[in-house]
Design a protein around this ligand. Structure first.
Ligand code: SF4
Ligand code: SF4
Length: 442
């Protein structure tokens, strides 16, 4: 939403939309005192090429562009005696929400967040990091079958970022065959909360109200993007709120967030490994996937689980790793303008009939990945993004379990419910499809 009364026509939103994201949804209209900000061509934003990354709102110095606030919906459900409200938090939320309460940048407040959610009235508290571990199991399985068995084209491109998925569907539809079919981690947890969890706990899934707390504005649209987002028979995630909305809710609730003691999450859909944690930073999905892909291909864990080539804020990171005598070439891009050069390389190699320049590509729409997400606390700079990322890497480094395939609750989920990675049930609940949206022009 744009409140023109607060807008000082500084143009930061336009700069980030056009230059950093290469989306060109926003533009200056008119001249002189009549100048205003709007969707290019003065069309409705919903009809513009906007991919809902929210970088305009993250960069606006006056709060003139903001996400649609859905916290009231959550409060209403929390007061409904017939609703069984459950929540999940994304990796990047835990190292950013503290900025709204005076904690140092990168302070990891996972236990306080779980505790605050229970005080608000949530009956179960899950963690999207669990969904990240699950994404890795499904995605590494998909990668192995493309790489080793030739089932599908290479490179495989990650799809856990809905801003990137929207961008690809609008501008790069020819890349669809390269896309992983995996849903994003919170969508997986949503589907499992209304199937696996409901069955295990004997709760009517119709009563479960799943709230995702995300660093992201694009996830608000993702939860209704296609029928696969209702794979449980209900809308899998009922509402997605940003870190900023969540921080306001904590303040509204009167909880003393600074002193509240840590609590654990509910383990069935909550326990996670370090691999799930680093999903919140650019390169983290690739690093987590490589840890498990290495195991799936060789049958043994990698001698070193840290793949440093994936780390840092360089716009496009390229490198290779050796796995069982094979060289796997990777690329990691963040900030949508940076993605174009990776896509151009893939297209050029295809057109020339050459070998693919990469086997595996990670893309995150926001600069820095989700730590710099459009729904995070305001004022993101590279220093801030690096500090938040350090909070995630610290947790991963200190974890006993750092590979998704070692998560005992993931093993239990497959044993009790899904059967095996890429099984029919896993495909139905955890995977999705994509479509070309040809009407969008920049
Ligand atoms: S960043 Fe905010 S204040 Fe600046 S032009 Fe955009 S909407 Fe207006
Ligand atoms: S990078 Fe993260 S926060 Fe940004 S659009 Fe993608 S999923 Fe959302």
């Amino acid at each position: 939403m744009l409140d023109s009364r607060k807008c000082i026509t500084c143009g930061r939103c336009i700069q980030v939309c056009q230059q950093d994201q290469n989306v060109w949804a926003l533009s200056f209209l008119n001249r002189g005192f009549e100048t205003r900000i709007a969707a290019a061509g003065d069309i409705a934003l919903a009809n513009s090429p906007c991919v809902r990354c929210g970088q305009c709102s993250a960069h606006c110095p006056t709060g003139a562009i903001v996400e649609y606030d859905e916290s009231v919906k959550v409060w209403e459900k929390l007061e409904d005696p017939n609703a069984f409200c459950v929540a999940q938090i994304a990796p990047a939320v835990r190292v950013a929400v503290g900025e709204a309460f005076g904690f140092p940048v990168g302070a990891n407040l996972t236990g306080k967040i779980y505790a605050a959610l229970r005080r608000m009235g949530f009956k179960a508290v899950f963690d999207t990091n669990f969904g990240a571990d699950l994404t890795i199991i499904e995605e590494a399985t998909e990668f192995k079958s493309r790489l080793m068995e030739g089932k599908g084209v290479l490179p495989l491109i990650t799809t856990c970022c809905p801003g990137w998925v929207d961008f690809m569907e609008k501008f790069h539809g020819d890349m669809i065959p390269h896309f992983s079919s995996c849903k994003s981690p919170h969508a997986m947890v949503g589907a499992l909360s209304k199937t696996y969890y409901a069955e295990k706990q004997k709760i009517d899934p119709a009563k479960i109200y799943m709230v995702s707390i995300m660093p992201c504005t694009a996830k608000k649209a993702e939860i209704i993007r296609s029928k696969e987002m209702s794979s449980s028979g209900y809308q899998d995630v009922d509402v997605s709120i940003t870190t900023r909305e969540f921080a306001r809710m904590i303040k509204q609730s009167g909880i003393d967030f600074v002193t509240i003691p840590d609590e654990p999450c509910d383990h069935i859909l909550g326990m996670y490994t370090g691999a799930g944690t680093i999903f919140g930073v650019t390169g983290g999905v690739m690093e987590a996937a490589l840890r498990t892909a290495y195991f799936y291909i060789t049958g043994a864990d990698a001698p070193k689980v840290e793949f440093k080539v994936t780390r840092g804020l360089t716009g496009v990171k390229e490198g290779s790793i050796e796995v069982a005598g094979k060289t796997i070439r990777i690329a990691v891009a963040h900030g949508l303008a940076n993605v174009e050069q990776v896509i151009d390389k893939i297209r050029a190699a295809k057109a020339a009939g050459e070998e693919t320049p990469y086997h595996f590509v990670e893309v995150m729409a926001c600069p820095g990945g989700c730590v710099g997400g459009g729904g995070q606390p305001y004022g993101a700079t590279n220093e801030l993004r690096t500090g938040r990322a350090a909070g995630l890497y610290r947790e991963d480094h200190g974890d006993q379990l750092r590979c998704s395939h070692h998560n005992p609750y993931i093993k239990q989920l497959y044993d009790e419910f899904l059967g095996a990675p890429a099984s029919h049930k896993a495909e139905q609940l955890l995977h999705t499809g994509y479509q070309v949206l040809p009407e969008y022009k920049r």
